[in-house]
Ligand binder design. Structure first.
Ligand code: ADP
Ligand code: ZN
Length: 517
């Protein structure tokens, strides 16, 4: 049986589970009866599609919406999964093809409209083909009191009894009456394993910081938590080794872990982390799946994770016991550049790349958030009624200022040089530095030359980073990472919008500028 994590990335192209998915996938794959309530857009379909691939035989998916079924079948087929649908919208050829695939035992997912269950022939067919489980999408349609009632959903209970296979029911409708009705009608009143919790992990403190001497930042964070179990995630294998070494030199128990290690060494590291008290593991993302240690007290990211999903999953390894746990995620312009180029240079098809940029943007938005991080995070996953009081911005709100002028100057420096340069050179232009590159290219005669002396280099770096965080600019891989403007920047350039920047990394000139030497 292929592991869930491998299928998640190889078939679906995702780097991490979303909140709730991992637990649900495991329960469904193990053949438990499941009722899962997830917000719309939370990623329900993966919770039956992935287990379907882990189990022998066909998974029957009952779904009320023909268009949605067809979309899902097409997406699965594109990902190389054998899936088909039996709906009233089929052409006879399509229906024949589905039957043939079923007879040959090739189909992994069979989508059916509930109306199909009314035909006696369908029941007979399903009995013959070796159904391994039933997944019911939009399970609230079984509720007679709800507005989406579909009488044919009442046949699903009979189908489950006839086939005697596990059933997993999914819905976004969480009220108690509907839940009770689902349990009654689909599970004959036998309570299934229920996943009804929200995705919030209120005991986990969330914090981000711009990189500013990152090694010292991690060492300080660990020093304040000496003797507690923690994980430091790094972007590269080499860094796990050097950072673990630095932590040991600072008197911590620390080991490294990455995918390039021998399987046996990895097992030893995992076992030590599980068993020893207060050990720190410095790891790549290869570490974590299958680690079941409830008392991990902190998780730090020495480099920015890949996506908002990866972030949630990685910090979610802390504080499983419910006791307070802390996190710190560091980020800098190089991380953003690296993550963008990983997406652009990857082999994924264009739509997936656009989606990947979107997931990275969501994380950058969280990094540069102006108020409560938990609210932004849970909002992204569809939960809108979160309360917090347990993140760095609830502790101490970010100070903001109107950064429109600074952003316009930066954009202007980019446009005057035809978007062919990176932040370093653009900052030299803004500061009026007379470097060789500047004089060779005649950039000292640009109108933007020297217009940015109110800030120093570090402050301009922070402006560019925040502009990336707001997705106003992106490095273009086709131009060796030169910064280019996105459409989101147009309104600012045209004077139609203003933009707030965080003050913490851009303190005003005069207060912290070192005298020129
Ligand atoms: P729902 O049925 O819960 O409304 P979907 O199953 O349609 O939601 O998923 C919503 C979106 O989330 C889809 O675009 C899907 O590709 C994406 N998605 C699902 N799981 C993940 C994941 N683990 N990582 C990234 N994106 C995901
Ligand atoms: Zn908060």
């Amino acid at each position: 049986m292929t592991g869930a994590a491998t299928l998640l990335s190889d078939v679906f192209g995702f780097d991490a589970f979303r909140p709730g998915q991992e637990e649900i996938v495991h329960a469904v794959a193990e053949g438990e009866n499941v009722l899962a309530i997830m917000p719309t857009g939370g990623g329900k379909s993966l919770c039956f599609q992935l287990p379907a691939l882990m189990r022998e035989g066909v998974t029957v998916v009952i779904s009320p919406l023909i268009a949605l079924m067809r979309d899902q079948v097409r997406a699965l087929q594109e990902a190389g999964v054998s899936a088909g649908a039996l709906t009233s919208g089929n052409t006879p050829e399509e229906t024949d093809a589905v039957w043939e695939a079923l007879e040959r035992g090739e189909l992994k997912l069979l989508y059916m409209a509930p109306e199909r269950l009314a035909a006696g022939s369908a029941m007979g067919m399903l009995r013959r083909i070796g159904v391994s489980m039933i997944a019911v999408d939009e399970a609230h349609c079984v509720s007679q009191w709800g507005h989406d009632f579909r009488p044919d959903y009442l046949r699903i209970g009979e189908l489950r009894r006839t086939l005697n296979v596990p059933l997993a029911a999914f819905t976004a409708t969480a009220d108690i009456e509907t839940q009770a009705e689902i349990v009654q009608k689909l599970f004959d009143g036998q309570p299934p394993r229920a996943f009804l919790r929200g995705f919030d992990r209120p005991n986990i403190h969330l914090a981000f910081a711009a990189k500013d001497g990152p090694r010292a930042q991690i060492l300080n964070f660990a020093a304040a938590r000496k003797g507690q179990s923690g994980i430091v995630y790094c972007g590269t294998r080499a860094k796990t080794e050097t950072l673990a070494q630095a932590l040991r030199e600072a008197g911590h128990g620390a080991i490294h872990y990455h995918g390039g290690m021998e399987a046996e060494d990895r097992r030893i590291a995992e076992r030590r982390f599980q068993q020893e008290d207060g050990l720190i593991v410095v790891a790549t993302v290869a570490f974590g799946m299958g680690i079941d240690k409830p008392d991990i007290r902190w998780v730090a990211h020495a480099d920015l994770p890949k996506s908002i999903e990866a972030y949630y999953q990685e910090i979610g390894r802390a504080g499983r016991d419910g006791a307070p746990a802390e996190t710190l995620t560091l980020f800098g312009p190089d991380d953003i550049k690296l993550r963008r180029s990983q997406i652009d240079e990857g082999l994924a098809p264009p739509e997936r790349r656009t989606a990947d940029h979107g997931r990275l943007n969501a994380l950058l938005g969280l990094a540069e958030a102006l108020d409560c991080r938990r609210k932004s995070l849970l909002n992204y996953f569809g939960e809108t009624d979160a309360t917090c009081g347990n993140c760095d911005l609830c502790d101490k709100p970010a100070e903001v200022f109107d950064g429109t002028t600074a952003v316009r100057k930066a954009l202007s420096a980019m446009l005057r040089t035809d978007e062919w340069f990176g932040a370093g050179h653009l900052i030299d232009i803004l500061l009026g530095n007379r470097t060789d590159k500047i004089t060779q290219r005649g950039h000292d005669s640009l109108p933007t030359y020297g217009v940015g002396t109110e800030y120093d280099k570090r402050q301009w770096q922070a402006v560019f980073r925040q502009m990336m965080g707001h997705d106003l600019i992106r490095p273009d891989p086709a131009r060796h990472g030169a910064l280019r403007m996105t459409d989101a920047a147009l309104p600012i350039l045209r004077d139609e919008a203003t933009i707030n920047l965080r003050r913490d990394s851009i303190r005003s000139a005069g207060t912290n500028r070192r005298p020129a030497v």
